[in-house]
Design a protein around this ligand. Structure first.
Ligand code: FE2
Ligand code: FE2
Length: 198
């Protein structure tokens, strides 16, 4: 006789209702691709919004480089959405508009505030990608999704680099860093929660 043991999952302190950490099934993978496409859309829009304001400032080349990488991430998830017939987030126009507003708004506060926003967003996103890698390691669909895992691992490394670039460029020198960081992180987590579902 065999027994299946189910360890209760304690929700992370910042998890939202309905978040869970069980084995991933096909529906979960579609949801992952949906939220990742939406997230990369938002990320690209944030950098585009920052560039719109800071295009003549010293940080412009860094912002442009990060925006180009987000465009690559987005193109990859656009392709995955198309290949697998995943329904894109119905809130895509919102992610584009909100991303642009956060990017431009933070940039209007100055280059360091833009960098602080990048740190907050990228920290949440890399944690989100890490959770997906963990879930994909507990697949119950049969396949191993090796390619998707490699893609997510690569993008996670890029997001960590973006965070480091922002830290090296004065992110923490901005006044009210904690308030800005907490607000942006809360907004990003809420966006992720919504884009998984809608
Ligand atoms: Fe990205
Ligand atoms: Fe990024």
């Amino acid at each position: 006789m065999t027994f299946a043991y189910h360890m209760p999952h304690r929700p992370r302190p910042d998890s939202l209702p309905g978040d869970r950490a069980g084995p991933a099934d096909a529906g979960d993978i579609a949801s992952m691709i949906r939220v990742d496409q939406a997230g990369e859309l938002g990320a690209k829009a944030i950098y585009a919004g920052q560039m719109a304001v800071l295009k003549d400032q010293p940080s412009a080349p860094l912002l442009a480089e990060m925006e180009a990488q987000e465009a690559e991430h987005l193109a990859t998830f656009d392709q995955l959405v198309a290949d697998r017939g995943v329904r894109p987030s119905a809130l895509s126009p919102l992610w584009r508009a909100a991303g642009h507003a956060i990017g431009a708004g933070s940039a209007l506060l100055g280059e360091r505030a833009a960098m602080a926003t990048t740190v907050a967003v990228e920290e949440v996103i890399e944690g989100h990608y890490l959770e997906q890698l963990d879930a994909l390691g507990r697949l119950k669909t049969g396949g191993d999704e090796a390619e998707l895992r490699a893609t997510i691992a690569e993008f996670r490394a890029d997001e960590l680099k973006h965070r480091d670039v922002a830290l090296e460029n004065g992110a923490k020198d901005v006044p009210a860093y904690q308030i800005l960081s907490r607000s942006v992180k809360a907004g990003t987590r809420l966006a992720i929660w919504l884009a998984k579902r809608i």
